[in-house]
Write a protein that binds this ligand. Structure first.
Ligand code: FAD
Length: 489
């Protein structure tokens, strides 16, 4: 009798939508929500809890009343190889807010600006030869050295527990300090937020092989044409809400508890949410605070101290245009990228953003690994950047800086080194129905927007496996061209 009763309740239970709470409304949480409602529709009732007043997390925007504009904390870009991020944009109708460029502009004090564009008529990976051949600030011998290093990297096979830095590996493979600084570090800082001294060989290989050598489009640079708060905080959230996700902002989760009926989530305003599954999508340094009373998750205490890297965005307004570029990678300077965010370039688009004629010409300098310059006060930093900009742009020599703002995120990304890789946890936890997402979890990717999207998908795959639901499609990888497939090991 009791057996029959049990069966009946199970049947009823299975027809009920599963209540899922996602803690954290950054990209990983939003990706998990999108994946859940798209794949499992009626079977799920999804609630997103975000501590801030708007979703988006680390890549949000802020309103600067001094110039009356909305600005991203820091310029974000992505690459053509970030296929899961791009698929998410496509599914949610957000691709239209991005411009794609296949050329890269480099500047160096001694040689000015050089623009490189891949040769699409050559098969990948040889389409990237201009990147190696057209760097005037490298001597011919150095360019040849880079080519050799690149080839060795493509053939490098991961050694289990390989614990040397990318810089050490590069030196072993014949790269001089000068070439490491003027070539390898330039890319490593721009894409991975740190120098080759800090990152693993695997991360370097991932960047150059998946990012640059994989296929004709993998190194394309995608730049947003609207503030990120508009693209993700408004447009993506609207899309999710239309699909049935309940998004509660301004709701900071204090603690997550487990009992025989599922999970209880306590929020700062005294609000209590109960659910069948929890997806935690908060950053590595905040997770322990909310799950501290669950002994099975004590192992997550270690991730709190994952070494991370600082990124600084310096917002600058000049009285004139600094030249005909939208983005510039600067070599041998404190600045690493100079962007002219595209939505500021046209006065007709100026309703929610800066207008070039009224408030000056807006540029943003990005400095990754900026902890290195911590001892520099803002005035010295700004003077240094003005000097560097004047060296590469003739128009800047007579330009006046009207206003500036320095925004630093001290824990922007976790460092992609061997030690960190070992600490990055999988989506599944020892507790049933509690899943982890976040760019810091084990995604196989550096801590990037692509990594965050993948982490949300992996958390949902883990949840679906526990519920015995149809498996989601496997995580996509950027395809390799046929020649790249043969060369890359
Ligand atoms: C300055 C900077 C520049 C970057 N540039 C790039 C780039 O160019 N390209 C790129 O691909 N990536 C870049 N990144 C990395 C990228 O922004 C991150 O990888 C990505 O946004 C991480 O998303 P996430 O959801 O994992 O984490 P987060 O964005 O940190 O989201 C976590 C969310 O959880 C919320 N939260 C925390 N605690 C609680 C709580 N108790 N209750 C409720 N909510 C909570 C937070 O408010 C936050 O919204 C950059 C990052 C920074 C900081």
């Amino acid at each position: 009798m009791s057996f029959a009763h049990h069966d009946q309740s199970l049947e009823v239970d299975q027809k009920m939508p599963r209540k899922i709470v996602i803690v954290g409304g950054g990209l990983s949480g939003l990706s998990a929500a999108e994946c859940l409602v798209r794949l499992y529709g009626e079977k799920v009732q999804v609630t997103g809890l975000e501590a801030r007043r708007s979703a988006g997390g680390r890549f949000g925007s802020f309103y600067d009343p001094r110039v009356d504009v909305t600005l991203d904390y820091c310029q974000h870009v992505t690459m053509g190889c970030c296929v899961n991020f791009i698929d998410l944009l496509d599914r949610c109708g957000l691709r239209k807010y991005w411009v794609i460029s296949s050329s890269l502009a480099f500047s160096h004090a001694s040689t000015g600006i050089t623009v490189t564009k891949p040769w699409r008529w050559l098969p990948a990976p040889f389409h990237q030869l201009p990147l190696l051949w057209r760097m005037p600030f490298l001597s011919m011998a150095e360019r040849y050295m880079v080519q050799r290093g690149m080839f060795r990297l493509m053939r490098h096979v991961k050694i289990a527990d390989e614990d040397i830095s990318a810089a050490t590996w590069l030196k072993v493979h014949g790269q001089s300090n000068q070439v490491i600084e003027n070539f390898w570090d330039v890319f490593s800082f721009s894409a991975l937020g740190e120098s080759t001294r800090e990152i693993s060989v695997d991360a370097l290989k991932h960047l150059f092989v998946v990012g640059f050598a994989g296929n004709h489009r993998s190194a394309d640079i995608w730049v947003p044409t609207k503030p990120l708060s508009e693209i993700f905080g408004v447009q993506l959230v609207n899309h999710l809400q239309r699909a049935g996700v309940r998004m509660i902002r301004g709701c900071s989760v204090r603690s997550v508890h487990r009992d025989e009926n599922g999970y209880r989530i306590n929020c700062n305003a005294g609000e209590l949410h109960t659910c069948d599954h929890v997806i935690s999508a908060v950053p590595w340094h905040q997770i322990q605070r909310i799950i501290c009373e669950i002994p099975e998750l004590a192992y997550l205490g270690k991730v709190k101290s994952l070494p991370s890297s600082e990124i600084t965005g310096v917002h600058l307004w000049f009285d004139r245009s600094l030249g005909d570029f939208d983005q510039l990678i600067t070599v041998g300077t404190v600045a690493q990228w100079i962007f002219r965010p595209t939505w500021t370039a046209h006065e007709s688009d100026s309703n929610d953003c800066v207008s070039s004629s009224k408030r000056g010409y807006y540029y943003q300098v990005v400095i990754s690994g900026s902890q290195k310059w911590k001892s520099m006060d803002h005035t010295t930093l700004i003077n240094q950047l003005k000097h560097e900009i004047r060296q590469v742009s003739p128009q800047a020599r007579d330009a006046t800086l009207l206003s500036y703002r320095v925004v630093t995120d001290p824990r922007a990304t976790i460092i992609c080194n061997h030690q960190n890789e070992r600490l990055r946890p999988e989506a599944g936890t020892p507790l049933p129905s509690l899943h982890l997402a976040g760019d810091w979890t084990a995604t196989g990717w550096p801590s990037t927007m692509e990594g965050a999207v993948i982490s949300g998908q992996k958390a949902v795959a883990n949840l679906a496996a526990q519920e015995n639901w149809t498996k989601p499609e496997p995580i996509s990888t950027a395809p390799l061209g046929s020649l790249s497939r043969r060369i890359i090991r």
